[in-house]
Design a protein around this ligand. Structure first.
Ligand code: NAD
Length: 252
């Protein structure tokens, strides 16, 4: 059962909101009565989702744009804030592993310049671009930012070393921005573990998740992660600069 907040008239932008954790977060905010701008890469996935949610009576707008590109990210955030009429919560959730099969840490050949650039642009610079473009509106609203990092940031193997580094960087920036935007805006992050989503990178060819080493014995649902994001955004009045690990106990 998800926590509930009355977020009537509150305005939210969720990046990477057309699937997975982002979509779960969009739905959680909509259930609380918020107006939500859904960002994702331009295309039918986003258009169809917004059409479906609008037809169901929800207050949603599409905010298409690639956060991995500087101008596209800034324009997307500016446009979303203009159409929403302000911004209370920015959820920097979009991210990419950039590979459909894990790249071992020692496989330097596959860690190309182009691969690094993609991951840095989407996973690290993307959240920066969105936060910078949203900062004034968030300050005015005394709002909050929540970043989606990963337990990959803590070591022990993610989809690639560049991915781990971008997520560790995002945890560092969570603290930096918490100081930078205080006292008006709180900034926090979640570090998800195994996610039951359409994530591009599969660690197991069967498509199943190895859950034996997760104390809670299951992958996290997108609702598990959305609940933590909702709490850090709309609750958690005295929490800033923190990264909440949500992993069923995997890293304990
Ligand atoms: N799936 C996992 O195992 C896992 C684990 C830890 C953290 N995460 C993080 O969770 C977040 C959400 O991932 P998910 O599991 O829900 O995956 P997902 O693939 O279901 O959703 C990611 C969404 O982001 C969008 N996106 C990708 N690049 C984008 C860009 N440049 N601009 C705008 N949108 C873009 C995709 O189109 C997709 O809709 C990511 O930041 C990811 O790094 C995922």
């Amino acid at each position: 059962m998800l926590a509930h907040y009355d977020l009537t008239d509150q305005k939210v932008l969720v990046t990477g909101g057309a699937s997975g954790i982002g979509l779960g977060t969009v739905e959680a905010f909509l259930r609380c009565g918020a107006m939500v701008a859904i960002n994702d890469l331009p295309g039918e996935k986003l258009d169809n989702l917004v059409a479906r949610l609008s037809a169901d009576g929800h207050s949603v707008i599409a905010a298409p744009g690639n956060i991995g590109e500087a101008d596209a990210a800034a324009d997307m955030v500016g446009g979303a804030i203009a159409r929403l009429g302000g911004l209370d919560y920015l959820i920097n959730n979009a991210g990419t592993p950039g590979t459909s099969t894990p790249i071992p840490a020692g496989d330097f050949e596959r860690q190309t310049e182009a691969f690094w650039e993609l991951l840095l642009n989407v996973n690290l610079l993307g959240p920066f671009r969105c936060t910078r473009a949203a900062a004034d509106a968030l300050r005015a609203a005394r709002g909050a930012v929540v970043n989606t990092a990963s337990i990959a940031a803590f070591g022990g193997g993610g989809s690639s070393s560049p991915y781990c580094a971008t997520k560790a960087g995002l945890i560092s920036l969570t603290r930096e921005w918490a100081r930078a935007l205080a006292p008006d805006v709180r900034v926090n992050a979640i570090a998800p573990g195994v996610v039951d989503s359409d994530w591009m990178c599969r660690f197991d060819e069967s498509g199943n998740y190895a859950t034996d080493n997760i104390p809670l014995q299951r992958a996290g649902t997108v609702q598990d992660y959305a609940e933590a994001i909702l709490f850090l955004a709309a609750g958690a009045d005295y929490i800033s600069g923190q990264t909440l690990t949500v992993d069923g106990g995997l890293t304990i």
